[in-house]
Design a protein around this ligand. Sequence first.
Ligand code: ADP
Length: 272
Amino acid sequence: QRDQRWEMRVHPAGEGVRIVHLVDRTTSYAAERMRVDFVANASHELRTPLASLIGFIETLTEEAGEDPETRTRFLRIMLDEAVRMQRLVDDLMSLSRIEAMKYREPDARIDLHALTTEVHDQIVATEAPRAADLLLELDAVRPVRGDRAQLSQLLHNIIGNAMKYGRKDTPVRIRLTAAEGDMVRLQVADEGDGIAPEHLPRLTERFYRVDSGRSRAGGGTGLGLAIVKHIVEGHRGRLDIASTPGRGTQVTVLLPPAPLSSRRNVNATDGI
Ligand code: ADP
């Protein structure tokens, strides 16, 4: 195998005898390479808007800055670039926060019905008219054990993608249902262009995009699904992305229920 890495350890064991240990370092090598790639990618993603900002500032300080129309146009572009950098830094911070919390199981009882409705309302307030295509089909489900802020971000990221990559005037269905083993199933389905099968296994990698131009044009950082994957793992849940090119994409998240009797956060609004 190409990326197999072995470390050889030699221990002297008396007269002319050596014990040779071969230690499989494949996993730690792959993790280290991922970390190096991540830092390189993140730096590159930040460098591009930064270089563009510096270019515009330089031009504005020269004679082009004297023409009010040019100035306004350049300032708008600069604002877009700065917002792009802010989004990226926010996502990078979320990712490291979520990774750090992975080893502490979230333990609040979350009513996903209420949370999904709340996120839907927030999107409608900020992203009308596209939000008019959002269809909620929410069953009353058991509370899940989770972290409210993280689950809210998960919903925003998945619904945001369905709106971004779905086709205009086609519905985005958000379903909440009971699943096997008392799990709760959240599914977001769009009727967009879909994703070719060869890309599916890589979608949750940091900075992996099928179409970089389209992702950037929609304000994407390439980190949304990586964040979703980490949130799902931290919640001991499952993430599945299925897609048919030309027909659409379904993102499904299965989350374990909160224990029936929990001393924390039990109150009348928890439902079951
Ligand atoms: P981005 O910020 O680029 O949207 P994500 O990590 O959220 O990053 O998604 C990674 C890539 O997966 C996107 O760039 C896009 O190519 C693809 N993708 C995600 N969701 C969908 C969807 N609902 N339909 C089609 N493609 C999608």
